[in-house]
Design a binder for this molecule. Structure first.
Ligand SMILES: [Zn+2]
Length: 218
């Protein structure tokens, strides 16, 4: 995709974080890799009323072009693109169930096989740090080790992918897993899948590939 197409796709993804109920108002942010840097949603503008011209280009030194300020979490996005060459899109959300679970500073254990959609046997919760800081970025990167999603303590969730669609659908899936885990915990202690059972799911996901619809079919 060229830059104009990426701007349009990023705008559409930010709108979908609103329509999917992941982000309300101007909370959260979305980015996509562009050449030597990335495009990211602007700071403080509502997700459901963005325009492609408002997407902010940021380089790997953190310099941005244009009059609008990039999202305050640009540093986390930059550091993910630096550390993870396979990642081309990042979705960050303050979705209600992920936020609730993150406030307990608890990740999601292997209570459901789709936890493996994030790439491992659990989905970690990154330690707390003030938004926009290097400390927060470092914590998120550590929680994303060998994973494509994590919770962020007292904050929300982050999901990454090879495409905007993949990162968004994983963010939706993680929010849903948080809601399901919460409901199961209300009724008792969920029975967790064993390491061997999760290994089998992870192996099957490799065989199926990365497509979310394949996983949902299972
Ligand atoms: Zn945030």
């Amino acid at each position: 995709m060229n830059e104009a197409e990426l701007r349009a796709a990023l705008t559409e993804t930010a709108r979908r974080t609103a329509s999917h109920g992941l982000n309300k108002g101007s909370s959260g942010n979305v980015s996509v890799r562009l050449r030597e840097g990335f495009l990211i949603t602007p700071s403080g503008l509502p997700n459901d009323a963005l325009h492609p011209d408002q997407m902010v280009a940021v380089d790997m030194q953190g310099q941005s072009l244009g009059s609008l300020k990039p999202s305050s979490e640009w540093r986390t996005h930059r550091d993910i693109y630096r550390a993870r060459p396979e990642v081309h899109a990042v979705v960050h959300a303050h979705s209600p169930h992920a936020v609730s679970l993150s406030c307990l500073r608890r990740g999601i254990p292997s209570f459901h096989y789709l936890v493996a959609a994030a790439g491992g046997k659990d989905i970690r919760c990154a330690g707390y740090a003030t938004f926009g800081t290097q400390t927060l970025s470092d914590a998120v990167l550590a929680a994303l080790q060998d994973r494509r999603a994590c919770l962020m303590a007292n904050h929300g969730l982050a999901a990454v992918g090879a495409t905007l669609d993949a990162a968004l659908s994983l963010a939706v899936e993680v929010e849903e897993l948080c809601a399901q885990y919460w409901r199961a915990k209300l009724m008792g202690e969920p029975v967790l899948l064993s390491d061997a059972e999760m290994d089998e799911v992870l192996e099957r996901f490799k065989h199926y590939g990365q497509r979310g619809d394949d996983r949902q079919d299972a």
